[in-house]
Design a protein around this ligand. Structure first.
Ligand code: IMP
Length: 432
């Protein structure tokens, strides 16, 4: 029995989809525990492309149970839309397979309206959110006025909550942001209908997960976004509104902390970021363009081009510490093939000449951080068919070994291409 947690160790988009897909074969249940449909996984199975934002990608595997935990914020329309699209393509997505926590908070139309209105009002200082209503939904959860999945099953409570919320949100929307008001009655009718369809899926996820663990089954906790987008530990305020660190798997699913582990950290072979915020190793030159083009670095949720830069080992080391990462899953190594020289950021230098090896809380300070680079040789050989670590080009191994040394965690797997098979397995994470 294992509860493997997979988290992103950069700013999201580390290529979790493939790693999660590989690990899914070894578990009986897959759990999402934070975030919402701001995430996006593109998967190719049997030549067919699937993009999932909310439902765990494990749904594509027959016989696996997929859970959306209480820590996730759920847009019911997106959940149902994904379910319908899967069903239309012959993928089983019924309540025997897909479970939604009764405690999960729901994204409401006013959350999306507020998200967009706020970003518009911020102008050049915008966070660059995905516009999916994630932040405002988590705000309502913490303010104790949120609508939970369980409320869909209790129409009177649902109606009262929607009316109270719409009255307040309309004030903000119309008076402060000068936007159109929303209609509480229409939202209630829409959510009532969602509730009728979702009722068979809504359950006590924590209880069901506990039953699986009691039966000796293994679970995979699929993190969304990345550590440096964490509301507490990330580059605040240019962060998401949940906790992508591994510890959040406990609160966001209801599985006790002593049951969880091992923890794996996803690391892309270079760095990307979408939206605003500091990014010390960002490249706005030919190398940055190379990474974006070779790595197809465009958001699967918003289609935005991702900002690209050299691998920042300071960022990864920080994440290894925050999440207790025990194994690195290195992705997209093949994207670096063909570059003559590579740079690895191993520290930051401040204007006063001092150095840092962690990410400062002050964004003003982070903006002043100059990367301390180590220059390494690139490699020209195609590595996509390599399956054993020792068969990688020497320059490639040197790059990986230096990364491992700086961040202080070993490699668990290395992905050398988009296909499932294009993977070098270094360690059996289930054999603990
Ligand atoms: P929000 O999560 O939509 O509120 O967006 C807040 C910040 O997190 C923005 O910079 C987004 O671009 C970023 N973000 C949210 N989800 C993801 C993701 O799955 N990958 C990468 N960045 C994300």
């Amino acid at each position: 029995m294992a509860c493997v947690i997979v988290v992103g160790s950069q700013w999201g988009d580390e290529g979790k989809g493939k790693v999660v897909d590989l690990l899914t074969e070894r578990v009986q249940g897959i759990v999402r525990f934070q975030g919402g449909n701001n995430a996006g996984h593109t998967l190719v199975v049997g030549g067919e492309k699937f993009i999932l934002h909310l439902i765990p990608s494990g749904v594509l595997h027959p016989g696996k149970k997929c859970f959306v935990g209480n820590g996730v914020v759920v847009d019911p329309e997106v959940f149902l839309g994904e379910m319908d699209r899967l069903t239309a393509r012959g993928v089983e997505a019924g309540p025997g397979k897909l479970r939604l926590s009764e405690r999960a908070h729901l994204i409401m139309p006013y959350h999306k309206a507020l998200d967009l209105a706020r970003e518009k009002a911020k102008g050049g200082a915008a966070i660059g959110t995905t516009g999916r209503g994630i932040g405002p939904c988590y705000e309502d959860k913490v303010s104790r006025v949120g609508v939970r999945a369980v409320d869909l099953l209790e129409p009177e409570i649902l109606q009262a909550k929607i009316e109270a919320n719409v009255a307040e949100k309309n004030f903000w929307l119309t008076q402060y942001y000068k936007e159109e008001p929303l209609d509480a009655g229409a939202i209630y009718q829409q959510y009532l209908a969602f509730g009728q369809r979702l009722a068979p899926y809504i359950t006590d996820v924590a209880l069901e997960l506990d039953e699986m663990l009691e039966a000796g089954q293994s679970l995979l906790f699929e993190g969304a976004q990345g550590t440096h987008l964490d509301i507490d530990h990330g580059t605040y305020p240019f962060v998401t509104s949940s906790n992508p660190v591994a510890g959040s798997a406990c609160c966001g699913s209801g599985v006790g902390v002593t049951k969880l582990g091992p923890v794996l950290g996803l690391v892309k072979a270079y760095t990307t970021r979408v939206g605003g915020g500091p990014f010390p190793t960002e490249l706005e030159d030919e190398n940055g363009k190379w990474l974006r083009d070779q790595g197809a670095e465009y958001g699967s949720t918003t289609g935005r081009p991702r900002r690209c830069g050299w691998l920042d080992a300071v960022v990864v080391k920080h994440s290894v510490r925050l999440s207790g990462i025990e194994g690195l899953c290195l992705t997209k190594l093949d994207v670096l093939t063909g570059l003559k020289k590579l740079r690895l950021c191993v520290g930051y230098r401040l204007p006063d000449g001092s150095t840092m090896h962690s990410v400062p809380a002050s964004l003003a300070k982070l903006a002043q951080c100059q990367p301390i680079y180590e220059d390494l040789e690139g490699w020209q050989e195609d590595i996509t068919s390599v399956r054993r670590y020792q068969d990688l080009p020497a320059a490639c191994r040197t790059y990986l070994e230096r990364l491992v040394q700086v961040v202080g965690a070993p490699l668990a797997m290395v992905s050398v291409g988009a296909d499932r098979e294009a993977t070098i397995m270094m360690k059996d994470v289930f054999a603990q």
